[in-house]
Design a protein around this ligand. Sequence first.
Ligand code: GLU
Length: 302
Amino acid sequence: MFLTTGNQDIEAGGMTHFITRFAPSPTGLLHLGHAFSALTAYDAARTAGGKFILRIEDIDQTRCKPEFEQAIFEDMEWLAINWETPVRRQSDHFDDYAGALEQLKARDVVYRCFKTRKEIADEITRAPHLTPDGPEGPQYVGERLTAAKERSLLAKGAPFAWRLSMARAQAILGDDPNKLRFVEEGAGPKGETGHIKATPEIFGDPVIARKDARTSYHLASVCDDALQGVTHVIRGEDLFPTTHLHRLLQELLDLPAPIYCHHRLITDENGTRFAKRDQSITLRALRESGVTLAEVRVRIGL
Ligand code: GLU
């Protein structure tokens, strides 16, 4: 499915023309869905003579645990995957994401949001017609406070997140319809493929730096993809909608746009998608029960 890029596999001037990554979050043990994602990316890198990167996405320091990170390495070894070292662990690089946030601040495209979850939920209940559903829940649009109000809240030590002002971002980028496009070599959940126009407005004003983490998955992910020279983002189609926002962030931060290859999701015998929270059978459990890698590959259709 990703082989249209197979002729980019030559190393030219020391630059690898195919770099992909598997970027799990160590919030639980990996399952067959992760095995499919990791092996799909790894196989594509090998076919293209490119590089495969493993990245640990652990900005959520309350949910991520070192023992799950260790388990990721064990699972990857069991899957016979070789990855580039050193492995980038996002929690070691909060300063990089803070730097990207500074760039967004300099473009005046983010604002502080002091609202609590409850206040936001109440606003949404009062005016549901203003907040249609987006990929991360209701498309909430906040407001920038006056400088005086901000100063007083900051003086009280009130916690805040940084939200991206979608209206301001779109005003900066103007209405060039070709600017916010991306190439999809796989497919989104509705079969979206080819040259796709990004519609980041489906996110409302998304949180770009969380109250607790000083960054967000979106910001950290686009920064790292650029920093690590990722040319092909290969991941599950559940993450397809995030690409709309990632393209916008890349444009605002002057980062290159990788090619995207979203893949189908693996389901169990009942057609239910594997998920960490449902206690899906883990790779560790399969390994311990004597299942082989060859059997795993057959089970996930590789
Ligand atoms: N860390 C994300 C996850 O575990 C993956 C993000 C990505 O591949 O862009 O769902």
